[in-house]
Design a protein around this ligand. Structure first.
Ligand SMILES: [Zn+2]
Length: 95
């Protein structure tokens, strides 16, 4: 573990210097951003992000509520939860 752990260490030092306001979330630098408009979270798979078919996501957020209009959108963990909640009444199709 070279670069990443070093970077994390540096950030922890920076966080300590900045005071307790700094959140641990900001330590994580992901690869995929949540496609829900107004949401700034990372949506990497390893932190709970999910991919949804655009149409299914649009059912909940609307087409204008999504940053992307490709066939698949990536959502963060909390947006996925919200989506799942909104879709609760429908039978689950994903595996
Ligand atoms: Zn999100």
């Amino acid at each position: 573990m070279g670069f990443k752990s070093k970077a994390r260490k540096r950030r922890q030092v920076a966080a300590a210097a900045a005071g307790p306001e700094e959140k641990t979330v900001e330590e994580y630098v992901g690869e995929a951003k949540c496609d829900v408009a107004g949401c700034d979270n990372w949506a990497d798979k390893k932190i709970g992000g999910r991919k949804l078919a655009f149409d299914r996501a649009a059912d909940v957020w609307g087409e204008s509520g999504l940053n992307k209009d490709s066939r698949r959108v990536t959502v963060c963990k909390s947006c996925y939860r919200a989506w799942k909640k909104a879709k609760k009444d429908e039978p689950t199709e994903w595996t």
